[in-house]
Design a protein around this ligand. Structure first.
Ligand SMILES: Nc1ncnc2c1ncn2[C@@H]1O[C@H](COP(=O)(O)OP(=O)(O)OP(=O)(O)O)[C@@H](O)[C@H]1O
Ligand SMILES: [Mg+2]
Length: 372
């Protein structure tokens, strides 16, 4: 892959072909930046940057991330151009694409960073972001569905905000009714996909959780949408959505914001029926997150027919030996893995021997020469 003016990389070419790569380096040298570039090509998103401006090297106007991805189905070249103050430009095999989403789905990855260890306790938004990151990779059109929903939501919120501020808006109920139909249509598409994904993920996560916790505890992963629906067909979800909007209309007018919809979805995580967020110990919460990540890996493999790339950012050292073993045992040589660390001493010698070690220093990646 190649990075140009991306974060602290000025111009870096590197090959990641080994089943296991360890990126070693001191703090703030660019290890996470490199994984971030990969995540960007896989999902169009970064879990750290809110704006493209932050991804572009200071003093530069644009950044470019390119990767040649070799998979069973063939080799593709993905390219993303980030430009200050304007849209991104995506290229697939050198050809400009209309949308960024057109290059998604070719590179699949599961990212597991120390930030994820807080997934259980974090806000519902973090769990929605996690779900969305998987859906984007399975079904790139999902990016469009989410964008459409967000646009409608923003416009509806702008209208509600005026009434919430006390500004009299003529025909407010008629205007709202128009937005409601659109919101329900777009929202139900998002909700149905999240619901189906969790239905597939939940049994996998439960099984992994059972095997890490020695079968002593039972994990439940449950989609808790704001709008309850029973049947997974477009019409009944839209109807449920519209009814929920109707029921909260008076409150929405008062509060000046949209209270119903997938932007407020929750993913409930319970262990033996108790919410893990409130009652789980730190160890239990880590086991849970590990189970979710292994389930994510397995699901992406089931869907695409190939194991995704696994990116482990600073996370191995945070897991105890038993959990490390579970994770490394699952990976073996089958799942191409890139790990970051500040100290090689943290790795088991067998793993170290079979891995390619690269040093990251001030935005440069260098091979580590074998000790004579
Ligand atoms: N847009 C940018 N332009 C230039 N440098 C940047 C930019 N964004 C981040 N950096 C630099 O990148 C470095 C951080 O890189 P990164 O987060 O990859 O570190 P790391 O090697 O993962 O460190 P740690 O071990 O602490 O996690 C910082 O020195 C930061 O100043
Ligand atoms: Mg880092």
């Amino acid at each position: 892959m190649h990075l140009y003016a991306f974060r602290n990389y000025s111009d870096q070419t590197l090959t990641l072909s080994s089943p296991k790569t360890i990126l070693v380096g001191d703090n703030a040298q660019g290890k996470s930046n490199l994984l971030e570039a990969i995540q960007l090509l896989a999902t169009g998103r970064s879990n750290r940057a809110l704006r493209d401006r932050d991804l572009i090297q200071k003093g530069k106007e644009q950044a470019r991330v390119t990767a040649r991805v070799e998979r069973q189905a063939g080799t593709v070249e993905l390219e993303l151009l980030l430009r200050a103050g304007t849209r991104r430009l995506a290229r697939l095999n050198g050809e400009n694409q209309r949308r960024q989403a057109d290059i998604l789905g070719y590179l699949n990855c599961v990212c597991f960073s120390s930030l994820d260890l807080d997934l259980v306790r974090a806000s519902p938004e973090a769990r929605r972001t996690w779900l969305d990151g998987i859906l984007i990779q399975i079904e790139p059109i999902y990016v469009r569905l989410l964008e459409q929903y967000q646009q409608i939501l923003q416009q509806r919120n702008a209208l509600l905000k005026r009434t919430g501020d006390g500004t009299p808006v003529p025909d407010i109920l008629e205007q709202l009714a128009l937005w409601n139909g659109q919101l329900a249509r777009a929202g139900s598409q998002v909700m149905r996909r999240r619901s189906r994904l969790l239905e597939r993920l939940a049994p996998l996560a439960r099984r992994w959780h059972g095997s890490i916790s020695g079968g002593r505890e039972q994990l439940d992963v449950h989609y808790a949408p704001q709008v309850q629906f029973l049947a997974d067909d477009s019409q009944s979800v839209q109807t449920a959505f519209a009814e929920a909007l109707q029921a909260r209309q008076a409150l929405e007018l008062l509060r000046g914001t949209t209270l119903v919809g997938p932007h407020r979805d929750e993913v409930e995580l319970t262990i033996d029926g108790t919410p893990a967020r409130q009652f789980g110990s730190q160890g239990q919460q880590r086991t849970l997150v590990l189970a979710l990540k292994l389930a994510e890996l397995e699901l992406l493999e089931q869907v695409t027919g190939e194991p995704p790339l696994l990116l482990l950012d600073d996370v191995l050292a945070e897991l105890d030996l038993q959990r490390q073993d579970q994770l490394l045992g699952t990976i073996q040589d089958r799942v191409q893995t890139i790990v970051t660390t500040t100290h090689l001493g943290l790795f088991d010698s067998h793993w170290l021997q079979s891995a390619t070690v690269l040093t990251v220093e001030q935005g440069s990646v260098l091979p580590v020469l074998a000790q004579p």
